[in-house]
Design a protein around this ligand. Sequence first.
Ligand SMILES: [Mn+2]
Length: 441
Amino acid sequence: MSICFRFRKNIQVDYQIECMDLMKEYWTNRPARSCEKAFLYDVQYHGLETHKKIEKILKHMKDNNCQAHIMTTLDDIAWTFNIRGNDIPCSPTVLAFALITFDKSYLYLQKGSYDLDMVKTLQKENVIVKDYQDIYQDAKELTGHVLLSKGHINYALYQCLQCEIVDQMNPSQLMKAIKNDVEIKNSKHAHIKDGVAMTKFMYWLKKNYGKIPMDEMSVSNQVLQFRQQQNLFIEPSFTTICAWKDNAALMHYHPTTQQFSSIDQDGMLLIDSGGQYMDGTTDITRTFVLGHITDIQKKHFTMVLQGMLALQNAHFLYGCTGQSLDILARRPMWDEDLDYQCGTGHGVGHLLNVHEGPQDFRYKLRNLSQNVTLEPGMNITDEPGIYLEGQYGIRIENELLCVKGTENEYGQFLHFEPLTFVPIDLDAINVDMLNQKKRIG
Ligand SMILES: [Mn+2]
């Protein structure tokens, strides 16, 4: 079949839908697909062996009358098969496909990314390693009902399928989001180390500001150096956002070697960064005062802190979603007819993607199926802010763990335990705006 797209400016593209690689002919110096060495993620860090994870997925498939399940999302594959790698910067995943059936499971990897040891270990878990491209042929042979997430499958693979498709979120999404005790214990340890790195950084920043030249790139590197001193650190979990003054008003700004600002005179510095450690993934934002700031800046900083703490300290009944609680973080801003035009928080992977669903905090739903109940064991960030274009940006972010509280005649109460242990810059707070509980908290 041939398809034709017409774009504005009268450009027309004709191509064969069977060979979807639009750029092949024109992108002649295209870099080869990454094929870094994958490794087996040790059970001491995650606590659940592959065959047990597959058993849980098979149970979900059985309940939904599915005979096979195709996985294309790299974080789901990495979680299920307990493999990690280095094919995507900041997200330690491996380029792969997977197929789960009641007889065997298949992991499709690029030659060169695995060794014989990995093949043998996976074999013991009833997993067969096959070549990356073999998924296309195997998909053609599937019959019956096949579970997959249509929004996450490439068209070439979709075209191979002759079977009934059961379009659902991958069952591993929710399983992965609810961290087990081993993951929680490891993650807490990673956060303490990350907190040490960030606290050392804060001391360095405050001590050296005005004494040595600083810019957004040199400060980003300093954050990285403190993390690198920590045990089991691998790489940043995303590109560090180090934003001085009005740069911080652009929510996703990050400096580059070509474009960065010098940090001098008075203002606020927003740093949103995180680490991939063998024992967990972190994501934290702090906004620091350097020199003098105005009363209104202090007021805004304190409002953001109030929102962050109100959500962190919430007690709520089981059944709440991130949507139910979002107002707690947003309220100080909405009270003043201000807003931050993004979600309040997101789940975080375990040595995986720093943004991980399905749980999140947002008042406006993007997708109904994403509005999942908050479960004990889920982690989620709490990161309200104020962004004033051309002036400044403030964000304070802690990572939280959802835990069980009291159970009584009203039901099961839940609350959050902070995972992040990094000081808030007291120089930026208007203490009169905080009540006793928040001052101590
Ligand atoms: Mn975040």
